[in-house]
Structures are given as C-alpha cells and as structure tokens.
Design a binder for this molecule. Structure first.
Ligand code: PGA
Length: 252
C-alpha cells in the first residue's frame, strides 16, 4: 500500500518575517526533483497569509502550528480553525508535545481540535509520543495507544484518511537524541495497530505516520528506510534551508 510521504518543517516560535520568507523561498528553489514526496511548512501564525501566497504552485503546503477548537469567541490570543482555513492553510498541527507539556493541553482537547479542524476542512497532523520516564517504565506503547485512541474518539471513518499522525517521543524532541529506527518502527506499527482495531486494516494501512524528534540529514536515511515511517516532522533542522533540503533529498 503506498502511503503519502510527507516532509514537514515545524518552525515553532523562530524566525523574523524576512527570515521566514527567505527560508521558504530557499526551500522552493530546490524541490523540483523530489518526485512524490510532499513538503509542508508550519510557520508562526502571523506569517501564514503571506507564506501561503508565496507557496502557491511551489510544491510546498502550509500548516498552522496550533488551533483552538471553537469557531470563534472570547478566547484572547487564540486562532480558530475557520480563521486558518480562511487564509488557505491546508494542515493543522495538533497536540504537539510542547502544546501538551508546556501549555498543558489534554488528550480530550486534542480530540476536540481534531474534530474542529476536520469540520473546518483542515487536515490534522496529530502528534503523539511518550515522556522519558514513561519509556523507562516500559509504558511507551500504552501511552501512545491512549493518546491515539482519544485523538480519534468519535471521528468517522470517512475522515480518517485526512488525518496524519506524527510519532514524536518527547525525549527526542530538541534533545539531539533520536529514536533508533527500530524503536520508531515498532511504535509506528503499534499506532497502526490501534487505528486498525478502531477502524479496519485498509484504513490503518493507508494512514501516513511521520517520525519526529532530532531528525537530521545524518539520521534520515536509516529512519526513512523503515517500512512504517512515511516521512518526518522536523524542528531544529528545518530552520536552515540546507539541512531541511538535505533531509528531503537524502531520504530515498
Ligand atoms: P526537533 O523537533 O526536530 O528539533 O527535535 C521536532 C518537533 O518538535 O516537531
């Protein structure tokens, strides 16, 4: 089963406006030969409208790093899925570990955001991943199963193909400690099993699962060689034109 192969850059709270424009222009110059691989960037929200317009017909899709689950309201500082859709964003990153652990987002909120994103016509990229102490206690698969089950609660099967999952072990994010390809592959398989139990085999086989956590040009080849790794969500190494392009090009 051929699944979508996605190379996504999460810019987090980095880059001035001019730097963001330079970065996306630099990426678009060198992706003509990447075949069916898809490139996505998640810039800071204030730049989205301009980055979306720069990326038209460039082969780069754009996503928002976070959304609120309500359509509108008195939620100072928040951005609704309708607003993201209105500026023609395609993807919404939901439940990134920094949202879960720094901003205390819960599994239920993640589920509400997934529903709200789908309802607005955005494609959710749902992040799951265990903490170091959970891995050391042998609970990684249980934690990620729970996060996945709750994220997909009450989501109709017809929407599931719109959802992308990113497995990002919290201990590997921004730490330089990448999961071994075997760990990542095992976790991706287990996530696919959870989706299969809830829906069916065909649906589970079709869903793209990205790996994230200290992905670099030096480790992409062995990660991407794994059957269950359908692309990557890159933080630090997506902030430089060369390292992000190297990741996309090295992956075969
Ligand atoms: P990192 O971040 O590549 O810097 O570890 C990944 C992420 O947070 O998505």
């Amino acid at each position: 089963m051929s699944r979508r192969q996605i190379f996504a850059g999460n810019w987090k709270m980095y880059k001035t406006y001019n730097e963001a424009v330079d970065l996306v222009k630099g990426i678009m110059k060198d992706i003509a030969d990447i075949g069916s691989k898809e490139v996505v960037v998640f810039p800071p929200a204030v730049y989205l409208r301009d980055i979306v317009s720069l990326c038209k017909n460039s082969g780069i899709d754009v996503g928002i790093q976070n959304i609120h689950f309500e359509k509108e309201g008195a939620f100072t500082g928040e951005i609704s899925p309708l607003m993201a859709k209105d500026v023609e964003v395609r993807y919404a990153l939901i439940g990134h570990s920094e949202r879960r652990h720094v901003f205390h987002e819960t599994d239920d909120e993640v589920n509400k955001k997934v529903k709200a994103a789908l309802e607005a016509g955005l494609e959710p990229v749902v992040c799951v991943g265990e903490l170091l102490e959970e891995r050391e206690a042998g609970k990684s698969e249980d934690v990620v199963r729970r996060q996945t089950e709750v994220a997909f609660k009450d989501i109709d099967i017809k929407f599931v193909q719109k959802i992308i999952i990113a497995y990002e072990p919290v201990w590997a994010i921004g730490t330089g400690k990448v999961a071994t390809p075997d760990i990542a592959d095992t976790m991706h398989k287990s996530i696919r099993e959870t989706v299969k139990k809830k829906y069916n085999e065909k649906t589970a086989d079709g869903i793209s699962i990205l790996y994230g956590g200290s992905v670099k040009p030096e480790n992409i080849a062995e990660l991407y060689a794994k059957d269950n790794i359908d692309g990557v969500l890159v933080g630090g190494a997506s902030l430089k034109i060369k390292s992000f392009l190297d990741i996309i090009h090295v992956a075969q």
